[in-house]
Design a protein. Structure first.
Ligand code: ZN
Length: 291
């Protein structure tokens, strides 16, 4: 399904950065606990600088989904990101996954945390992404009115993948009431969903395949979203003793990220989520998400 009959977004990529450090691995204890963060070498500052320099070289704009607790520790870095023209959005208070928490704790990570963040920092936040894509369409719907009252305009948490989301979620933008839903780009390869725009898929799958599929998806759908972390540009960051699966998703192909991102920036004009929302808000081409 094409989200728009003309091709105004064919040459663009919605670029999203989950702004977290290399040890912010969801729900893997003890790394999820902010009290333990100080025992690891922080590399968020240098990796953000590197990323900002790359984005500047290509006049790219991105959305930075920030962790509240990390933003509190590095406010000058968040300020620098905002002053460089990028969008500041929300990625949770401490990077715990949301849908596994009880309602009060989920609210603390999601809505209460975000409200405090906006009050403390003055940033006007338009959207959010749950850590490790840990929202469901039902949760979004049940909190819809409160989110809209807070001024939120979009979510980017529903990933159409079985492992971390639901394969029935749409692969192109839709509406959930007054919110816009912006998914990362997932493609099918012989019937198997491949995360070519994020995580190990973007870094580890053969470069020709990732480049071909990203271009192809953008051409057919007038939409493309890529999701990167600052630590993915840093193959030399520390390595933790993780299970084999988590080790693969976090460490496979790290040395490829920078070059692939640079290729993307050469090919496509990078825009932020709110840039996309601004151009599409009045469009009648986005369907209501019915799942
Ligand atoms: Zn994250």
């Amino acid at each position: 399904m094409s989200v728009r009959s003309d091709n105004q977004h064919n040459g663009k990529v919605v670029l999203t950065i989950d702004w977290e450090d290399w040890f912010h691995i969801c729900d893997v204890e003890p790394f999820a606990d902010p009290d333990k963060w100080d025992q690891f070498e922080s590399r968020i500052e240098r990796n953000t600088q590197r990323l900002l320099e790359l984005l500047k070289r290509y006049d790219a704009r991105a959305t930075f989904f920030v962790i509240g607790e990390l933003a509190r520790r590095f406010p000058h870095v968040v300020k620098q990101v905002a002053e460089a023209g990028h969008e500041i959005a929300w990625h949770g208070e401490t990077h715990h996954t949301w849908k596994t928490l009880d309602e009060p704790n989920m609210r603390r990570e999601w809505i209460v945390g975000l409200t405090s963040f906006m009050q403390e920092t003055g940033y006007r936040v338009h959207g959010f992404r749950a850590p490790m894509w840990s929202l469901t369409a039902d949760l979004l719907r049940s909190h819809h009115d409160e989110l809209v009252d807070l001024g939120l305009r979009y979510d980017s948490s529903l990933v159409p993948l079985a492992v971390v989301g639901n394969p029935a979620y749409p692969r192109t933008p839709t509406r959930i009431g007054s919110l816009m839903e912006l998914p990362p780009t997932i493609v099918s390869f012989f019937g198997i969903a491949a995360p070519i725009s994020m995580s190990w898929g973007f870094r580890w799958l053969p470069g020709w395949y990732v480049r071909w599929q990203l271009q192809r998806f953008a051409r057919h759908n007038n939409y493309l979203m890529v999701a990167i972390h600052p630590w993915e540009l840093d193959p030399d960051h520390g390595k933790l003793d993780l299970s084999r699966g988590v080790r693969f998703t976090h460490y496979a192909g790290l040395k490829n990220t920078y070059g692939r991102l640079e290729w993307l920036l050469q090919k496509k004009q990078a825009i932020s989520c709110v840039d996309y929302v601004n151009t599409m808000e009045k469009s009648h081409d986005l369907l209501e998400f019915g799942l």
